[in-house]
Design a protein around this ligand. Sequence first.
Ligand SMILES: NC(=O)c1ccc[n+]([C@@H]2O[C@H](COP(=O)([O-])OP(=O)(O)OC[C@H]3O[C@@H](n4cnc5c(N)ncnc54)[C@H](O)[C@@H]3O)[C@@H](O)[C@H]2O)c1
Length: 249
Amino acid sequence: MTRKHIIITGGAQGIGRVMTEEFLKNDYNVSVFDIDSEAMEEIRPHFDKRHCEFFITDVSNQVSVRSSIRASLKKFDAVYGLINNAVFAIFKPMSELTLEEWNRAISTNLTGTFLCSKFLIPYLKESTGCIINMCSTRAFQSEPDTESYSASKGGIYALTHSMAISLGPDIRVNCISPGWIDVSAIKKSSKAKPEKLTREDHAQHPAGRVGNPLDIARMALFLLDPANSFITGQNFIVDGGMTRKMIYV
Ligand SMILES: NC(=O)c1ccc[n+]([C@@H]2O[C@H](COP(=O)([O-])OP(=O)(O)OC[C@H]3O[C@@H](n4cnc5c(N)ncnc54)[C@H](O)[C@@H]3O)[C@@H](O)[C@H]2O)c1
């Protein structure tokens, strides 16, 4: 069986890193596009060079995206899947949020999703492939001071169904909206912190626990599986039930 090749943006840390591990375990070849060279150099020795390659990429920059796509196609030939996962998240009061910070959130999260998808269209059409966009439950509900992040994720939600209609039936496009997924320990060593979740953190979830990156990786594996080809244009909330809970005090 030939291994299918997928590209995961922001695959060097957090949920993206665990998705990289899980897709490799499930016989995919993986190209990681990430801006953080330190994080990539740290994990590179732990992955099988034959099946995983790392490309320094700024997803918000079209020259960088095109050059990484060219390099990854040189290594792995065709491409079957794209997971738009890279993120810039900043939470601060709107009155203090600079235009530069706002633009960085929109350009990394939303424009980055557009650029990586746009330049892969011909290849994904050829492989009858799949795109998964990482959205968030914050596209649908909010805590204070999350405007740039929430707006970028709302854009990703709409971009997903729009792309599904334009690119089908050749390319399926779905998004996943995680709730609280603890990634504090899955960072490069200069940034990693031990997990410090409390009993209350877990207990407030209808599912009884905070999420972990494997919860998201499993959903991504399901959506990329060609056997699930009737699913497109959809958003899948993976949040332990939090968005179904009424919280009136
Ligand atoms: N962790 C959560 O609780 C949670 C909840 C909802 C949604 N999400 C979504 O899941 C995805 C992964 O989140 P995470 O918590 O694992 O993030 P993370 O911060 O741990 O990792 C993000 C990765 O993206 C990379 N990145 C940042 N800017 C980039 C750029 N311009 N080009 C390429 N790579 C870039 C970073 O270097 C990093 O490796 C994101 O889209 C996020 O919005 C996460």
